[in-house]
Design a protein around this ligand. Structure first.
Ligand code: MSP
Length: 522
């Protein structure tokens, strides 16, 4: 039977300031999607853009553009960013997609007919220049927290979703499905901070701006941007359209990957609306942490280059992807610095992985003229066990979404192999003609380890495995998870090809100075 797997990132607010933190979610989702494909799943991986709302309307105006033209131009920039990061998505969903618009309108009407959406009025403190409602405690010295001007009490007619009605069902759902929200701490936060104190009905329409999906039976109202956005996960699969075969196949999602600040939308509001529509709920919402700078929000003012396009230009995509997935414990916050990035490149990629590849290749060149053949294969129990245990642990960790732990495991294997070379001292074996077969076996085992390493790093660093395999005249067809569970797969005829270094070493002081200059220029 076909095993389907549906994974989503949040859809990004349409702007061209996406930084390394935004890339974190897409890289993690891409890594998981590639891993699931390796496991043999039929994967659907969705990302996209959230294109409506007052802020986008204002940005378009500032740029003297129509909102649609404005978002079209930004979408191109975002798609290019994902190409740069080697994100292999299956669906790029836009909330201005006409099918999405129709679906959201139908859903809104259905909930209205069911009585779960009703009309009332919204009362709050309003800042006219900012076109935004605030609560009393959001104000700063009684004034608008954004522009500092006076606010006024205002009443606006609006539609509401009966969120409060779903409180008990949500608590029960969380209890019955303890793995629905991960990590565990986020689940406790949702229960204690939001569900237990009590849910209020949610305002789901606005009348103060135009750029959004209109309520089709009440033209003054625009559907609240979050309500609009969440439904992309099902409109993308053709839900409520003439062809909903993809919806039937892939819904419910196996995992919504989001950062912690939007866990509430995905674990309270989204399930409640799905309950109201009698639809299955997603199987899991994983709320990962934030990439921070000095423990706070990412910004380029803090002396670090955070523009992913610049970073990729300097260090290549795989190095950035590796850094993000390795450095930050998946689920927790983690600090980003250019220095830590360069150190990871120099230590892990140049010294560990790069060195293992180049010394293995170099020894085959030096001791066997580039070709090991006609030797009697002898199993190396120790290397074989280390390799198979690593694959096993890696797969278990990946299945539990422990991405940083899984890639760390692969590095234990790489480091083990490097140490093994130092212990065996092949340069001594090479001096003894009686040891020729032992040496050939030893080098063959190292190439086997590199084959396995190539498979395991592939989801994280999709371009590097091809380069490693090519050094031993092997092609991409060797990137196969089933084969990672076997040792001695390669033919006993290994041809090593003289190649360039996998990763060039970076002069850290010089590089940090360069980055500082770039930051000043921007
Ligand atoms: N449009 C909404 C999501 C709607 S989903 C139905 C949104 N967009 S966003 O562009 O502001 O953020 C999208 C995602 O970017 C965040 O949820 C998070 O996954 C990611 N991140 C943005 N900054 C980040 C960090 N500094 N660190 C980690 N992830 C970050 O929210």
């Amino acid at each position: 039977m076909e095993k389907n797997f549906y994974i989503t990132t949040p859809i990004y607010f349409c702007n061209s300031n996406l930084h390394i933190g935004h890339c974190y979610t897409t890289v993690a989702a891409d890594t998981l999607a590639r891993f699931k494909k390796l496991q043999g799943f039929n994967v659907k991986f969705l990302t996209g853009t959230d294109e409506h709302g007052q802020k986008i309307e204002a940005m378009a105006k500032k740029n003297n553009m129509q909102p649609q033209d404005y978002v079209d131009s930004i979408v191109e920039w975002i798609k290019d960013l994902w190409k740069t990061m080697n994100i292999d998505y299956d669906i790029f969903m836009r909330t201005t997609n006409p099918n999405h618009v129709k679906t959201v309108q139908k859903i809104f009407k259905k909930l209205y007919d069911l009585g779960d959406i009703y009309k009332s009025s919204y009362e709050g403190l309003y800042c006219t220049p900012c076109e935004t409602f605030f609560t009393e405690h959001q104000l700063v010295n009684g004034k608008c927290p954004d522009c500092g001007r006076d606010v006024e009490k205002l009443k606006e007619e609006a539609y509401f979703f009966r969120l409060s009605k779903y409180q008990d069902r949500l608590i029960k759902f969380f209890e019955d499905n303890p793995k629905f929200i991960e990590p565990e701490s986020r689940k406790n936060e949702m229960i204690n901070n939001f569900l237990k104190p009590g849910l209020e009905d949610l305002c789901v329409s606005r009348t103060s701006f135009n750029w959004g999906i209109p309520v089709d039976f009440d033209g003054n109202h625009i559907i609240y941007v979050w309500f609009d956005a969440l439904f992309n996960y099902v409109s993308a699969l053709g839900f409520m359209s003439d062809d909903d075969s993809e919806y039937k196949k892939f819904w419910p999602a196996d995992i919504h990957l989001v950062a912690k600040e939007i866990v509430r939308f995905h674990t309270i509001i989204w399930p409640a609306v799905l309950m109201a529509l009698d639809m299955p709920l997603p199987k899991k919402v994983f709320g990962h942490g934030w990439v921070t700078i000095d423990g706070g929000k990412i910004s380029k003012s803090k002396g670090n280059v955070v523009d992913p396009k610049i970073l990729v230009e300097r260090y290549k995509t795989d190095a950035i992807r590796y850094y993000l997935m390795r450095e930050i414990n998946f689920g927790q916050d983690g600090n980003f610095t250019n220095e830590a990035l360069i150190k990871r490149i120099n230590f892990d990629l140049v010294n560990d992985l790069g060195n293992l590849v180049s010394r293995t290749n170099g020894m085959i060149q030096k001791y066997f003229g580039g070709q090991i053949e006609n030797f009697d294969y002898e199993k190396n129990e120790q290397l074989e066990k280390m390799c198979l245990d690593t694959v096993n642990d890696y797969e278990n960790l990946m299945n539990q979404y422990k991405l940083s732990d899984a890639i760390t495991k692969v590095w234990s294997l790489i480091n083990f192999a490097n140490k093994y070379v130092d212990e065996i001292k092949p340069w001594f074996l090479a001096k003894d003609p009686n040891q020729k077969n032992t040496l050939a076996n030893f080098l063959y085992s190292l190439v086997e380890i590199l084959r396995v390493v190539s498979i395991l790093i592939y989801p994280f660093m999709p371009s590097t495995p091809k380069k490693i395999l090519a050094q031993f005249n092997l092609d991409e067809s060797y990137i196969n998870l089933q084969d990672a569970k076997k040792f001695g797969v390669l033919s006993k005829n290994i041809h090593a090809i003289k190649s360039e270094l996998l990763f060039p070493r970076i002069d850290i002081d010089k590089e940090l100075e360069e980055l500082e200059k770039i930051n000043h220029l921007k």
